[in-house]
Design a protein around this ligand. Sequence first.
Ligand SMILES: Cc1cc2nc3c(=O)[nH]c(=O)nc-3n(C[C@H](O)[C@H](O)[C@H](O)COP(=O)(O)OP(=O)(O)OC[C@H]3O[C@@H](n4cnc5c(N)ncnc54)[C@H](O)[C@@H]3O)c2cc1C
Length: 272
Amino acid sequence: MHSVVCVKQVPDTSEVGIDPETNTIIREGVPSIINPYDLHGIEAALHLKDEFDGKVTILTMGPPQAEAAIKRALSFGADRGILLSDRAFAGSDTLATSYIITQALKRIIDEERVDIIFCGKQAIDGDTAQVGPGIAARLGWNQLTYVVGINEVNIDNNEVRISRKLESGKEIIKAELPALLTVVKGLNEIRYASLPDMIRGARAEIEVWGEGDLELDESKIGLSGSPTQVGRIFPPPEREGGEIIPGGKEDPKGAARVLAEKLIGKEVIPNK
Ligand SMILES: Cc1cc2nc3c(=O)[nH]c(=O)nc-3n(C[C@H](O)[C@H](O)[C@H](O)COP(=O)(O)OP(=O)(O)OC[C@H]3O[C@@H](n4cnc5c(N)ncnc54)[C@H](O)[C@@H]3O)c2cc1C
């Protein structure tokens, strides 16, 4: 059982800002984290590794500092880390990103069978949820999205049975392997890294693959290979603070009257 987890390094969005001049995310000085959904993909892959004595490969596309995300993933117990990093990849939109990642996956699959690819449901910075389905479509693999439970993996029958999270409930689906799963947060509890694995992760040599290491059509990568145009990016307007009606404890009826007057816009005469 060999799983590949696509892991994106993202800015910690609780602290991220947007440059109003350039309409881009201010990344300087902002801590980077593993996209939270991807952590659940890593955990699911490690669970399968434990169950089937398998292997977990981590695949990340990003600048050289994204190596830190791979090292963290290795510290949980993953076996191999590959960073796709090249100036030629910069400016890639989701179409170009999914193309480059797919070409890397094809190289991995040529080397050894891959049974399941895990992606997060979405990245918390880009938020498009397009990369996972984009990869599955390019590979021609079954894609199972919004996975909230992996009910059974049957290697003999080459099948996986999963639960998908829907607005109105859950859907249980059986699909043939290999398959790509995009996962949501309820899937599992993320483990703590053991000390030996933390040391192993910190010391690990990460393979870096650039443009020359993959079979790529130059017209499909980077900014020039990206048909998406970002018109404008801006933070939502700051919400004004609410109004506090005083005296609720001492005079609840009086406070309720003030509230009712505000809501209906006229004076309320209390019943005697
Ligand atoms: C015109 C344009 C230019 C851009 N230029 C840049 C740029 O220069 N630098 C930049 O960082 N971003 C850039 N972006 C953003 C970039 O396209 C997206 O971040 C990227 O395509 C992933 O999309 P997403 O964040 O919506 O991921 P989603 O589709 O929401 O992610 C879903 C899942 O796919 C996987 N995944 C997504 N991205 C990666 C990745 N990089 N590596 C591994 N797995 C991944 C993860 O499992 C993730 O949970 C640009 C976008 C546009 C439209």
